[in-house]
Design a protein around this ligand. Sequence first.
Ligand code: URA
Length: 444
Amino acid sequence: MVIPALIEHKRDGRPLAAEQWASLVRAYTAGQVPDYQMSALLMAVFFRGLDPAELAALTDAMIDSGDRLRFDGHPRPVADKHSTGGVGDKVSLLLAPMVASCGVSVPMMSGRGLGHTGGTLDKLESIPGFRTGLTLAEARAQVDRLGCAMLGQTPEIAPADKRLYALRDVTATVESIPLIAASIMSKKLAEGLNGLVLDVKTGSGAFLTDLDRSIELARTMIGLGEARGCPTVALLTAMDRPLGRACGNVLEVEEAIEGLRGSGPSDVMEVTYALGAEMLVLVGAARDLAEARKRLEHSVTSGRALETFGRVIEAQGGNPAVIEDPGVLPQAQAVEVFRADRAGVVAAVEPRRLGRAIVALGGGRNAVEDAVDPSVGFVITVKPGDPVRAGEPIASVFARDAAGIALGMAALAEAVVIGEEGRRTPLVSHRITAKGVERLAEGD
Ligand code: URA
């Protein structure tokens, strides 16, 4: 296999054959293709796209690069959800224990921060001792015992995606429908699921900002899932503002625990219930979405979901005291309040600007090997459409030092736009299945 010839072929807009994708992914996973060549190929895919046969071949090659989770003999249905990535999106932390408490097993396999978006693994690892690197055997045993495991991609699951994901993060090749679809679905289809729910983010803070492209991404992933025997549903959710108030690893874990205690921000809870209800219905654990939602709400009010989260934390080596006392999480050295500089209405809270600022504060990565400072980030208490008074506290910056505070304050000054009017787009706008696209009535 002559790699420059493959790159040239793709660069010039010609499709690669299924066997070429298979050999390329095998060779890359074995360390026989250098990152600079793979980066060039990814950039060619970014500009040229993949036709359906290439997408199927790349996804299968990525699945086949590793092993699969197997749930033969497991007594409960198995489901998972995956988000295409956003800012302030801590839904997985709430959803996995909630759904597990309703009798559906969740082998939640997540990723790290990518570009300006946060990652569930980085959030979980901000809990002292929490180990996301479970082997497949450990994950299976934990799902058998607790109904839930929260893990990263072990070297056994889609190792090709693990390397490609990290490479895309630092080579500006994230925002590509086929690359996102193959990445997400290769991991999810290796999980042995009975059903998969996708949270496809749309708006300025999503990888795909445009509604039509978000719908195309959802349909692409549903096509890959259904063709491989995994019933798949997608909800399109708003990412033109951060989800919830907290953005940053520790801050989001704290907010997720508030949510599991029943006092989470309404938008976080709404998205979590909507996705969770789809999961329960998809695997036949509830008759309809209304019944599913009631059961999920009960998992919170009864305390069972929080208890399950505590058990998962303990089982994975984390300090379960975090459930009672989030103060055990690493805390930022410097905190400063940000105030509205004028009276008016919030016109925008720009998630991409905030996500980039979190990376600059040390809460995300500029390079694959960068360590993450879990304590930094923002808490923003206003949403588009909210009226504000001049001088009103509307956000806080959490940073390592004075320089971080200055950086964070400057980011907030750009990200939070106060004008004469503001509009909040629907939180959950579309439901997409193999049958088609359904526009949902109202969001918030
Ligand atoms: N999440 C993934 O797992 N992969 C992507 O490419 C984007 C979001």
